[in-house]
Design a protein around this ligand. Structure first.
Ligand code: G3P
Length: 216
């Protein structure tokens, strides 16, 4: 399983990229709005200067012609831009058209295994099942991911699975065990993955012991 950073914050993106652990970035309108950024193309251009890998950017239009138009504009920014399209009838049509034009898509807001299968059949490059948001309404998000991984394996689908709406390290561990191709992880969770209290305590003890001997 590879990692994407789920963020539109340039400092976070730079830091995660420099750690060497992410292959790309995913954004969505909420993450972009959090940065108070109205100019999506210039934000994406900045991200492409930091990250050499897939960068997902979401369309705002909900109708098929509008989605395709926005997708073409965003895709023209850089060859690494992947177009995030929400699951809907118009969204599936847009995915099919964009696949025919060689534009990569990431079908988002996936909450059932069959929505993921439809996205793959329409020609999506990636599907993004949302784990945390299912947990939020009392369902088990990881069940969705396990089902999608099983279906895609049984039917030998090439569409890559991105475990999204990741809220904690357990989501990441279980996504890796399920066979997700990617997990898109918020910066806070990425840091939780790095740190462990015994690692911190171990570093402190090594340093203390070393200082004892070098003081003599
Ligand atoms: O990539 C989609 C993901 O960012 C949604 O996460 O935490 O808003 O459910 P969340």
């Amino acid at each position: 399983m590879q990692f994407f950073l789920d963020s539109a914050n340039l400092e976070e993106i730079k830091s995660a990229w420099e750690m060497g652990i992410i292959s790309g970035v995913t954004t969505n309108p909420s993450l972009v709005a959090k940065e108070n950024e109205r100019d999506l193309p210039s934000l994406l251009t900045e991200i492409t200067r930091i990250v050499d890998g897939p960068i997902s950017a979401e369309v705002i239009a909900l109708d098929y012609p509008g989605m395709v138009r926005e997708a073409q504009e965003l895709a023209s920014i850089h060859s690494n831009i992947v177009i995030k399209i929400p699951q809907s009838v118009d969204g599936l049509k847009a995915v099919k058209t964009l696949a025919g034009q060689g534009i990569k898509t990431n079908m988002t807001l996936i909450f059932t295994p069959i929505q993921a299968l439809l996205a793959a059949r329409a020609g999506a490059t990636y599907v993004s099942p949302f784990l945390g948001r299912l947990d939020d309404i009392g369902e088990i998000g990881l069940n969705l991911l396990n089902d999608i991984c099983e279906i895609f394996t049984v039917h030998n689908l090439q569409c890559a699975i991105i475990a999204a709406s990741i809220r904690n390290p357990i989501h990441v561990l279980e996504a890796a065990k399920a066979g997700a191709d990617f997990a898109t992880v918020p910066f806070k969770v990425l840091n939780q993955l790095v740190n462990h209290p015994l690692t911190t305590a171990g570093i402190e003890k090594f340093l203390k012991d070393w200082q004892k001997i070098s003081a003599n």
